[in-house]
Design a protein around this ligand. Structure first.
Ligand SMILES: NC(=O)c1ccc[n+]([C@@H]2O[C@H](COP(=O)([O-])OP(=O)(O)OC[C@H]3O[C@@H](n4cnc5c(N)ncnc54)[C@H](OP(=O)(O)O)[C@@H]3O)[C@@H](O)[C@H]2O)c1
Length: 202
């Protein structure tokens, strides 16, 4: 698939690396494609990695991952709403200082035809780099539009190496976000470390 990733930091680079290894083409949308760190990332990830402006990356991707600071989400969505509408959008950004930490409301208002997902926001990036815990594979809890695009999401989650667990439509975003609180309570509050994830046992 053609995946556009906005943000070239911890989350963007980790997921981009995994998706390229799985055979996808990744277009990083960055404020400065020529920045040495961005060029080094592209070089490291190989010929299926591209550095573009945010505008160009959005146009190039069938799936969009938002991996930029939470406090830049609303302005970025507003600036690119027309190009984003109709795409499959994954919101991995956390508005840490806001009561609602996801941006699905802004997307729903500005990109009403987009297929929206909340995923990859509730674990530290280390767990995307290495989702294995001995013989156990971490679960990745997500929510969003049901149907064909959900299958795409499940494939992309599996391509990172995690087991997808669907929690329902976009109305379940608070449930997904509550897992981030649990993750912080254990990893940081209880000092269990950042390589920590969850699994459903039935
Ligand atoms: N770190 C984690 O473990 C983790 C886990 C789950 C979710 N998240 C969430 O994922 C998002 C990214 O986290 P991160 O740790 O990857 O952050 P990061 O390492 O600081 O990278 C953020 C990237 O966003 C881009 N950026 C910064 N300001 C921007 C702006 N004003 N407009 C557009 N792009 C901008 C920058 O890319 P360019 O310089 O190339 O433009 C930067 O590399 C955050 O919302 C965070 O809450 C993080």
């Amino acid at each position: 698939m053609k995946i556009a990733i906005l943000g070239t930091g911890n989350i963007g680079s980790t997921l981009g690396n995994k998706w390229i290894k799985a055979g996808h083409t990744v277009y990083f949308g960055t404020r400065n494609p020529q920045k040495p760190e961005v060029q080094a990332l592209i070089k490291k990830l190989g010929t299926n990695a591209h550095a573009l402006s945010i505008d160009e990356a959005i146009k190039s991707g069938e799936v969009l991952l938002f991996a930029i600071p939470g406090n830049t989400m609303d302005e970025t969505i507003t600036a690119h709403a027309a190009a984003l509408d109709g795409k499959i959008i994954i919101d991995a950004a956390n508005k840490i200082t806001s009561p609602v930490i996801d941006s699905l409301g802004t997307f729903a208002a500005q990109t009403p035809k987009a297929k929206l997902y909340r995923a990859f926001n509730a674990y530290g990036w280390e767990n995307f780099e290495n989702p294995q815990f001995g013989s156990n594979t971490a679960d990745l809890f997500f929510c969003g539009t049901d149907g064909e695009s959900r299958t795409t999401l499940e494939k992309l989650i599996a391509d990172v190496g995690l087991n997808p667990v669907y929690l329902g439509g976009t109305d379940q975003a608070p449930l997904v976000d509550s897992l981030l609180k649990l993750w912080f309570a254990l990893s940081s509050g209880q000092k269990k470390g950042r390589h920590l994830a969850f699994k459903v046992l039935t």
